[in-house]
Design a protein around this ligand. Structure first.
Ligand code: ADP
Ligand code: MG
Length: 685
């Protein structure tokens, strides 16, 4: 398949419009599939037309008038053997008026409405009576300004004639997976024969749709698998020196023993790191499962081999907390740990950058933005990205099918560990992360008691405040998360400030802190330090504390206006408590009346503390696009298949992809060429 490339300036207006729809070649047009259909295969009788029905009628115009009241409009009356119906145009051209002059025999098409004088059709489509009826349903395509359905239909019709519709899959495979031939599938979808049940097309359950969805999923699986294969061909420095001395030294310093899950994952990572191709591993673990210490061991493995490690977090608050933890663990082992921050004084920063470039710094912690844009390493061997979901899967995909998140100027390809507390349900992981290796921390540290979640109506606020007071008297610490204000960050900040002032006034004997996103980094640190040390017992916070903050003595969290938060966010927030051995409580303070979806979210929070279960329900409530934050990123997930309902197809496509890649790469390549337009996915032979 040759791709015709045309300089933009020489494109006709129609070609430009087609390009806007992503239609550049006949092949593109072939899979620009209808969004719905119209039935122009039969004529209806006026007497049997019902309100809301889209009909096609034929008859004689018995009356025609341009009325001026209540506004200028063209009205005509159409009559057949069974009755008559009004046609109405609120704006019209002289030739339209002529088309429906008295005595004309016409065919009209449109939706029946009930008007002032009985049934009517507003802005019907008019053609001459007696033309041949359509022999198939008429496709309606998504289109763009200035490109009408008839023009688009004609272009797509021509494409179906000229494009290569040969099957990418041999008959044996088609039969095995019960797939319709490709040509038949696309023809059926563009021009469904009249005996087709339209609902099976609209619900995409028709065999023709199954074939298209299968092809799409197969292409996706093939490209992910080839990205993976490509990665295995890249070279990274194997980090395989003996890590035992450093590992043992850290174990001795820890106040706890690692869980079996942590041991297993550390082992998996260590093995990956000692290979000569870059690791690309996703570590999933519910909030509180202890990912940070796993990251520390991974870093030690790399450092033992003389490589540098970068630990990156999405927010400065979180990065800083990592820095403190890692420094406390690592510095006694003789590891050089550095902190890189946006607010660092430039002289100090130059020094840090110098020691990273020179190789003295072994571990650097900072925000992702900072490290990726401004740091030159001596020999970066491992990149650890915490709370990867915050960076957006879309971003990851946008960086190319390889999903590489390279740090600029790296002299060698670093290994990469992504850590995420958003568990991704299995089918989603299969379609999105087939190019990654996945480790799961499926065990919480011992002695943890599940957080008890309480739903409390806002009318009981005073009672709640009294309870907070008594908890704090017992030596506990409390978070109060101020409500999310969607419309405006400034308003959200104001709410936090007001809440803080109000609580201070109501609980004058307590020391109450306030942390929010507008504070300078040093101020944030100061407040968090004071909370960590117990100097502050009640911390009013915005969602800046959503991710990763770890203060084990905090046992009560209040989330105000919990109904405004999403499930993932509520789960993350709740994960800030229940980190020590004491029983923790999360109070979801809500303002009735609740919308149906808010009620479901709160019920989910009440019913389960299992992050995977929360994620599963979140996915069901929001759909994959929003679940993954893809909607904003503009990266289309899948055009035709639906990973929630097409699970069986995903599995079949995955198994066939593996098979083709191992013994029929030519077929795989032909299939990719058709489906991965412009992405240039080439398989190595
Ligand atoms: P997350 O997976 O949410 O990032 P953290 O790494 O912040 O979790 O760990 C949560 C808390 O659990 C921390 O206080 C950490 O020190 C503690 N922790 C981690 N592993 C263990 C363990 N094996 N036993 C006891 N406590 C642990
Ligand atoms: Mg964490």
């Amino acid at each position: 398949m040759k791709r015709k490339t045309v300089a933009t300036s020489t494109l006709s207006a129609t070609e430009r419009r087609l390009q806007r729809l992503g239609l550049r070649t006949p092949q593109d047009c072939v899979i620009h599939l209808p969004i719905r259909y119209e039935d122009e295969t039969q004529l209806h009788r006026i007497a049997s037309a019902r309100v809301g029905q889209t009909v096609q009628l034929e008859g004689e115009i018995s009356y025609n008038e341009v009325q001026l009241r209540p506004r200028r409009q063209l009205v005509a009356l159409l009559r057949d053997d069974t009755g008559s119906i009004f046609l109405r145009w609120l704006h019209f051209y002289p030739n339209q008026q002529k088309q429906v002059s008295k005595g004309q025999l016409v065919r009209v098409r449109g939706e029946i409405r009930s008007g002032f004088n009985g049934l009517e059709i507003v802005h019907p489509r008019v053609s001459r009576a007696g033309g041949a009826l359509a022999s198939t349903f008429t496709p309606v395509y998504s289109t763009t300004d200035g490109l009408t359905q008839p023009v688009l239909r004609k272009i797509i019709g021509q494409a179906l004639e000229s494009a290569d519709l040969s099957d990418t899959l041999p008959d044996t495979i088609r039969h095995r997976f019960k797939l319709m031939p490709f040509a038949q599938a696309v023809r059926t979808l563009h021009y469904p024969p009249t005996q087709t049940t339209l609902s099976s097309l609209e619900e995409r359950s028709h065999p023709a749709w199954q074939r298209i969805k299968f092809d799409e999923l197969l292409a996706q699986q093939l490209s992910l698998a080839s990205a993976r294969a490509l990665r295995l061909e890249q070279t990274a420095t194997p980090l395989n020196a003996n890590h035992e001395p450093l590992f043992n030294a850290l174990r001795e310093r820890l106040p706890f023993a690692l869980t079996r899950a942590q041991e297993r994952v550390i082992n998996e990572i260590s093995q990956d790191l000692s290979r000569a191709y870059p690791m690309h591993r996703l570590l999933q673990g519910d909030v509180g499962s202890g990912k940070t210490i796993v990251a520390a061991f991974a870093a030690l493995k790399a450092i033992s081999s003389g490589a540098q490690v970068a630990v990156m977090a999405p927010t400065e608050l979180l990065a800083e907390q990592h820095y403190h933890k890692l420094q406390a663990w690592m510095t006694p082992l003789g590891v050089q740990v550095q902190w890189l921050s946006g607010s660092q004084k430039s002289k100090n920063k130059q020094q840090v950058l110098g020691s990273i470039a020179g190789g003295e710094t072994q571990l650097v912690v900072g925000t992702q933005a900072l490290i990726q844009t401004s740091v030159e390493f001596h020999c970066l061997g491992l990149v650890i990205l915490d709370e990867q979901h915050r960076f957006g899967v879309g971003q990851r995909l946008a960086l190319g099918q390889k999903g590489e998140q390279q740090v600029s100027h790296a002299p060698l390809l670093p290994h990469q560990l992504n850590m995420s507390a958003t568990p991704i349900p299995r089918t989603l992981a299969m379609t999105l992360f087939a190019d990654l290796d996945v480790s799961v921390l499926d065990e919480l540290p011992p002695g943890r008691r599940a957080v008890v979640t309480k739903l409390v109506a806002d009318s009981r606020r005073q009672e709640l405040i009294a309870h907070i007071h008594s908890e704090i008297q017992k030596g506990r610490q409390v978070y109060w998360v101020s409500p999310l204000v969607e419309e405006s960050e400034a308003l959200q900040l104001q709410t936090a400030v007001d809440t803080h002032a109000y609580l201070q006034q109501t609980l004058p004997d307590l020391s109450i802190g306030l942390v929010h996103g507008r504070l300078k980094s040093a101020e944030k640190t100061e407040v968090m330090e004071a909370f960590r040390s117990g100097e502050i017992s009640l911390l009013v916070a915005t969602t800046v504390i959503e991710v990763g903050v770890d203060v084990p003595n905090a046992t009560l969290m209040v989330i105000e206006h919990a109904e405004r938060f999403g499930l993932a966010q509520l789960h993350q927030l709740r994960g800030r408590v229940g980190r020590g051995a004491e029983q923790s409580v999360c109070v979801l303070l809500y303002q009735p009346p609740l919308s149906a979806i808010a009620r479901q979210r709160l019920r989910t929070m009440y019913e389960t503390t299992d992050g995977f279960e929360v994620a599963r329900r979140d996915l069901a409530l929001r759909g994959p696009g929003e679940f993954l934050g893809l909607r904003q990123s503009g990266v289309p997930l899948l055009r035709f298949a639906d990973i929630e309902t097409d699970t069986a197809l995903v599995e079949q496509a995955q198994s066939l992809a593996t098979e083709l890649l191992s013994n029929a790469r030519d077929i795989a390549q032909v299939h990719l060429d058709r489906w991965m337009k412009g992405k240039h996915v080439y398989l190595r032979s």
